[in-house]
Design a protein around this ligand. Structure first.
Ligand SMILES: Cc1ncc(COP(=O)(O)O)c(C=O)c1O
Length: 410
């Protein structure tokens, strides 16, 4: 791979869309022309200054970037060790990092003359971001969402409706993100001419994992600048939660070649990484296979059937992980750990009570790992975690988990 030649972790994937043994494009013949057209158009856009000028204009004036880098002082004092910073991507328009990537893909779709945008969504944040940008540009938007997720992320379903999107509940499988992505891929093959598939994470066939990473890398680029301004140096450790892995790749990528910066991805440990697979920790508890057009680590049974996985967090409820993470894991450039529902809920409450920040359940996993390791690290160790989403969408799930009845919150 080119990486060996340049001694860099930032040159992947290769021309076949491979990160080491992972990635690629395992798709049907009918999908291949679409994928190749997308790759060609993205390659052109990537080096086109006018494309990035439009992105930066919208990131600044529509999304509200740069998002702040915030020193969590009370949390740091309580933990008594490393200094904890939060990258505040939950303050973006629509409440999560997802819009960073959606803008890129929809600007590309417009350049390609596509008028109908389809998306899959789990927690609903990618669906809301896609519906939002479609409304802004007057594009038709169809969102596939697992029926189970439609139920547990009701506020986001209504937001998408208000924004004019059509929501298609998916009842196959367990009715979660994996199933929504299957149906979205099917739609794309059927509606080849006018439709653009806007994928919400660093998964899918090449070029999606690299393209989504490139769009999300604004997170890590900003952290580099902001941390250098705040502390005069880079962080010692960067930490992010992983569903498919897009917010994490966005934070990690600009630091891959800074070997002194530790990188930790946090998977959803659900009820614990156990033989019953009541978790969504694909790297910690899965093995390599092919899903949604790429080769990566997956939760699967002995026959290679994909297992559903489990997490309290709809956004982490994906039985796979982006192929670049699989590669970073195998070569040892990043460490991957898991956090249980219970630990994430505890971190959720600490963030509310100590910092006045109601986080989404997804970054609560990253925060829980920060809370685990910070006390044993020296006071001059700097951790930056990605607060990649706000908790509005999760308050009913959390209320239920904490034993509150609807309407009895006082
Ligand atoms: C707030 C939030 N964080 C994280 C994720 C997980 O996605 P990814 O791993 O691609 O960042 C989601 C997915 O819906 C999300 O809504």
């Amino acid at each position: 791979m080119a990486n060996d030649l340049f001694n860099s972790f930032m040159t992947g994937p290769d021309e076949n869309g491979r990160f080491g043994d992972f990635g690629g494009r395992f798709v049907s013949e009918t999908l291949m022309p679409l994928i190749l057209e997308l790759e060609e158009q993205y390659e052109i856009a990537k080096t086109d200054e006018t494309f990035w000028a439009e992105m930066h204009d919208l990131w600044t004036h529509y999304v509200g970037r740069p998002s702040p880098l915030y020193f969590a002082e009370r949390l740091t004092d309580k933990l008594g060790g490393a200094k904890v910073y939060m990258k505040r991507d939950e303050l973006n328009h629509t409440g999560a990092h997802k819009i960073n990537n959606v803008l890129g893909q929809i600007i590309l779709a417009r350049r390609m003359g596509k008028k109908r945008i389809i998306a899959e969504t789990g927690a609903g944040q990618h669906g809301v971001a896609t519906a939002t940008v479609c409304a802004k540009f007057g594009l038709k938007c169809v969102v596939y969402m697992g029926a189970h997720d439609v139920e547990r992320q009701a506020p986001n379903v209504f937001r998408m409706r208000l924004l004019g999107a059509e929501i298609i509940p998916v009842t196959s499988g367990r009715g979660t993100l994996k199933d929504a992505m299957n149906d979205a891929l099917r739609d794309w093959v059927t509606n080849v001419r006018d439709t653009f598939y806007c994928i919400g994470t660093v998964a899918g066939p090449h070029p999606y994992p690299a393209m989504v990473r490139d769009f999300q890398s604004i997170i890590g680029k900003e952290v580099r600048e902001q941390m250098t301004e705040a502390e005069g140096r880079l962080p010692d450790t960067v930490i992010a939660a992983i569903g498919g892995g897009s917010n994490a790749m966005g934070l990690f990528y600009p630091f891959l070649d800074d070997k002194e910066v530790g990188i930790i991805g946090v998977e959803a440990g659900g009820k614990g990484v156990n033989a019953k697979m009541e978790h969504c920790a694909s790297l910690t508890g899965g093995r390599p296979g092919v899903l949604h057009g790429n080769r990566t680590y997956l939760l699967q049974d002995d026959d290679g059937q994909i297992l559903e996985g489990f997490s309290i967090s709809a956004g982490l409820d994906y039985p796979g992980i982006g192929p670049e993470h699989a590669w970073l894991h195998d070569i040892g450039r990043a460490e991957y750990v898991s956090i249980t529902d219970k630990e994430a809920l505890a971190a959720f409450q600490v963030s509310c009570e100590l910092e006045g920040i109601i986080p989404a359940l997804e970054p609560s996993h990253a925060l829980a790992h920060v809370m685990k390791i910070a006390p044993d690290l020296p006071k001059d160790h700097i951790i930056c975690m990605n607060m990649c989403g706000r908790g509005d969408k999760d308050i009913f799930t959390v209320a239920k988990a904490l034993g509150f009845e609807m309407g009895e919150f006082a």
